[in-house]
Design a protein. Structure first.
Lengths: 318, 592
């Protein structure tokens, strides 16, 4: 639990392994979730590795960049990608300790995700296509509501575990009892909705749609092609995985290795993979059971999430 | 059909019109079982008669047909064909041939069509006074006639192009006889289309299309939005204008049959049936009963698979993939039945002038009946689960509301009319094929007329009511098919038992000598109810009675497209795809 033990070279190695796991497995998770959705619709669906092939295809392809666009459009994907990679460096999977001897604050995490979103929106507006504008305005509407909800939920956690440092929260949660307190339960509910919203799942957004007029996230990246699109899609997959890992580590962290012995770490990894795939299956199942909500009813859902965050906070003190 | 010929109703109407407008009418006669032809002296007279029919007799305008008859002697309209008519004719000898203009009205209570004809003199800039002020639904027909014939409707407020876009030269009118079909225009004008501009702070315009992200037909939509709210929508269609009507003028009757199947691929039976009926009515014959049964079964199958496709599409557009994939499975099953029955998944090649090309074996019919029952059961379960999915129902309810006033004014029909509680259905109002032998009201479960009226009044005209209308129609169609199939099966078992000799007229599938009954320059209406609504075809034969002189097609999409612009007002942008899908209109059938 103490942050001083992290200076060992072995912990740096573990840190890199964690980073690689996130980068490499992120598209796989997207592939698995698509496959699950296909199965619930009685389709065979594409292979779970299809997302990798898609990325490879996009990287090899030519790009079309609008003449109307400025540097924002061209550099945004790289800014988004690097911000996402920075986040990926600090997400605990194998051990709840900072592998590089640095703490990682939730506020920083939110800031980095905010940076991604900011540049994604700018890029959507930059090409001055009608759909980009629509997508951005919708994204702004959702995210401006979503962020307070996220803060509320995370602060409940921070107050419960006594820190805003991710490692402290995770290690305390992992050592805590399995009896979940009411406040954590409410936060869990709120955070789950946030994960759905942030990753653009139904009922918030339908990533599989071909209808320009209903898109949110897809509308913002509509003008991208080739390498830049691949980078954005990979960032999106990583973001999805990161949020799901955080969900697991904050609320169901049991099974996480508390020391550096390879055996427990591998065992922990196995448990982690089971949990993440179960969560992925659950999310895909929910997605297939619900239609996209009317745009102006989405705030209702976010208010629900906010209220549950607030309830969590209240339960903490009574 | 034939009831009217001997019934009094048609003569009553004839007398009413003749008495009231004896000064304005040159000739009035009945033709083709249920058409009352009224030849007026001048375009002004034609308008007066039309207003009377439209306002007083409560008949809806179904189409306006313009024909270039400048160089022909249209003896049919002038010869005293009124054998059954009691009226005398004020024959006017001082006549010059020109463009003819036929306004066709359909009675909603009786199986009668009124055809108000007027001839415009052959001058440089032919014109006639517009009907739009009294009959709003005429606006699109008048614009179409201006584009295709260059005949000006004086007083039509909208002078923008409709069918031919701005790049087309101003002085070329494709449907005039002197326009060569092989003409290739080198001149490309570069005039913009004047969209209605909504101005004010915070109002944006979004152009969508004509190229869309999905595999759909082309159409341009210009939204004026305030935030997400749609203030105004203007549609710009006719990107798939193929010149079908012009092409038909070079064809023989049999060739045009193939053309009619391809007007809009998903309405192949409805369109080819309307075309065949026009020719059959011209020849004054009834097709064999078995042929009528087969036609009707195919028409209903077509309705089922298209309605299923639309319901599935609505699920896709609200992002409910589970519902759409399940319903698409049922659609696929119906298409396989189509293939088994007709050899074509889209039911191409079913109809033939004078009958049908395919025959149903009793064994296959039995199998298909079992399949259909299974499909209907699955469908009922799916609809139940859709009704229980609150997120799905919430998207449908209250979205894209249209008013019955708008529907009536713009002459919309089919599902669009029925979803606001206007009970018009060509199958009921103007029975054709085998529908006259089926008790449709019984199948639709209309026991108590008043209760049914109340039920109709409850329909709100939103996406949900269009969804419900389609769901109900699928069920009814299955029942109709079952009814006809049992009729066919009963008959074939009876024959086996009694071994009765088959009479030629009743048992064949085609009437072969039909073409001998056709006269040069004869014309007739053909109509059917496609899954989108009323389909009206009008065929006029050429000097050679095996050739087509003019083929006018009006599919339901043409009448229903204007309603979309009204339906989306005050809705939000992300709901537009859903509203559009709930209308389920064809671009190809509209653009021709």
């Amino acid at each position: 639990m103490s942050t001083e033990i992290s200076a060992y070279p072995s912990s740096v190695l573990v840190g890199f392994i964690q980073f690689l796991i996130i980068i490499v497995l992120a598209p796989l998770l997207t592939g698995i979730m698509r496959r699950i959705k296909a199965i619930t619709q009685k389709r065979i669906g594409s292979s779970i590795f299809q997302t990798y092939f898609d990325l490879l295809k996009l990287i090899r392809k030519d790009e079309v960049i609008s003449e109307e666009s400025s540097w924002i459009f061209r550099y945004s994907p790289w800014i988004i990608f690097s911000a996402t990679l920075v986040v990926a460096f600090f997400i605990p999977i194998l051990i709840p300790y900072p592998p590089f001897g640095l703490g990682f604050d939730i506020i920083l995490l939110l800031g980095l995700f905010g940076l991604c979103r900011f540049f994604l929106m700018l890029a959507g507006l930059d090409v001055s296509s009608a759909f980009g504008g629509i997508g951005v305005s919708r994204e702004m509407m959702t995210s401006s509501l979503l962020e307070p909800a996220l803060f509320l939920v995370l602060f409940t956690l921070a107050v419960t575990y006594g820190s805003t440092n991710i490692y402290t929260i995770v290690s305390h949660a992992a050592e805590g009892s399995m009896m979940i307190s009411a406040s954590i339960l409410f936060s869990l509910f709120g955070f789950f909705i946030i994960v759905m919203a942030e990753t653009g799942k139904l009922p918030f957004d339908n990533p599989a749609t071909h209808l320009e007029l209903t898109m949110v996230h897809e509308a913002m990246v509509l003008e991208y092609s080739g390498k830049r699109l691949a980078v954005i899609e990979l960032s999106q997959s990583i973001k999805q995985l990161v949020l799901m890992i955080l969900f697991i580590n904050f609320f169901i962290p049991w099974g996480l290795s508390t020391n550096f012995s390879p055996a427990t770490m591998i065992g922990g990894l196995g448990i982690f993979l089971t949990k993440i795939i179960t969560l992925g299956v659950l999310i895909s199942y929910i997605e297939s059971k619900v239609a996209k909500w009317r745009l102006f009813r989405i705030p209702d859902l976010i208010f629900l999430c906010m209220a549950s965050g607030l309830m969590g906070m209240i339960f903490l003190y009574i | 059909m034939s009831d009217n010929l001997f019934g009094k109703k048609i003569f009553e109407y004839e007398s009413i019109i003749h008495e009231k407008f004896s000064e304005r009418i040159q000739n009035i006669y009945c033709k083709n079982f249920n058409e009352i032809h009224i030849l007026t002296i001048s375009p002004e007279d034609s308008n007066e008669v039309s207003y009377f029919i439209h306002d007083k007799l409560r008949c809806g305008l179904v189409t306006v047909i313009c024909t270039d008859e400048r160089n022909i002697e249209n003896t049919i309209d002038w010869k005293d064909k009124s054998v059954n008519s009691k009226q005398t004719i004020n024959f006017n000898k001082n006549w010059q041939y020109g463009f003819s203009l036929r306004l066709i009205f359909s009675s909603e209570t009786d199986d009668i069509f009124f055809i108000v004809t007027t001839f415009l003199p052959n001058v440089d800039n032919p014109a006639y006074p517009s009907n739009v002020v009294r009959i709003p639904s005429a606006i699109y027909y008048e614009k179409e006639i201006f584009d295709m014939f260059g005949i000006i409707a004086q007083g039509n407020p909208d002078t923008r192009k409709l069918v031919l876009h701005e790049r087309w030269p101003d002085n070329q009118f494709p449907l005039r006889r002197d326009f060569n079909i092989k003409t290739k225009n080198k001149i490309r004008l570069n005039k913009p289309y004047k969209f209605l501009k909504v101005e004010g702070e915070g109002i944006c315009e979004i152009p969508v299309g004509p190229v869309h992200a999905g595999i759909i037909e082309p159409g341009h939509f210009r939204f004026s939005i305030y935030g997400e709210n749609i203030l105004n929508l203007e549609t710009r269609l006719y990107y798939t204008h193929k010149g079908i009507e012009k092409l038909a003028e070079t064809m023989t009757l049999d060739e045009a049959l193939l053309l009619s199947e391809r007007i809009s691929g998903d309405e192949s039976v409805a369109n080819s049936m309307a075309y065949c009926q026009a020719i059959e009515r011209m020849a004054s014959i009834q097709i064999p009963k078995k042929a009528a049964q087969i036609r009707t079964i195919c028409a209903e199958l077509e309705r089922i698979w298209n309605h299923l496709g639309t319901v599935a599409g609505m699920c896709t557009d609200v992002g409910f993939a589970y519902g759409s994939s399940r319903i698409n499975i049922l659609k696929e099953k119906i298409m396989r039945i189509n293939e088994k029955l007709s050899g074509s998944r889209l039911l191409f090649g079913v109809n033939k002038i004078g009958g049908v090309k395919i025959d149903f074996k009793p064994e296959t019919l039995g199998l298909i009946l079992a399949d259909l029952s299974q499909i209907l059961q699955d469908f009922d379960n799916l609809v139940k689960s859709l009704h229980n999915t609150s997120s799905f129902m919430d998207r449908l309810k209250g979205t894209g509301i249209i008013s019955s006033q708008d529907v009536q004014a713009l002459g919309a029909n089919g599902v669009i009319a029925r979803c606001v509680g206007i009970d018009i259905d060509t199958r009921k109002n103007h029975p054709y094929a085998y529908y006259q032998y089926i008790d449709l009201e019984n199948i639709q479960g209309i026991v108590d007329k008043i209760a049914y009226e109340v039920e109709l009044k409850k329909r709100k005209g939103d996406v949900l009511s269009r969804f419900e209308v389609r769901v109900v129609e699928i069920t009814h169609s299955v029942h109709i098919i079952k009814k006809i199939a049992t009729d066919i099966l009963d008959k074939s078992t009876k024959q086996e038992l009694h071994n009765t000799p088959q009479t030629q007229n009743d048992e064949g599938l085609v009437i072969d000598n039909l073409k001998n009954h056709l006269q040069p320059y004869d014309s007739a209406l053909g109509y059917s109810e496609s899954h989108r609504g009323q389909t009206i075809h009008w065929v006029m034969l050429g000097k050679d009675s095996n050739k087509i002189f003019r083929y006018k097609i009006r599919t339901a999409s043409f009448c229903n497209w204007p309603l979309i612009e009204l339906a989306v007002q005050n809705n939000i942008i992300p709901d537009f795809p859903l509203i559009n899908k709930s209308f389920d209109l064809s671009y190809s059938g509209n653009d021709l």
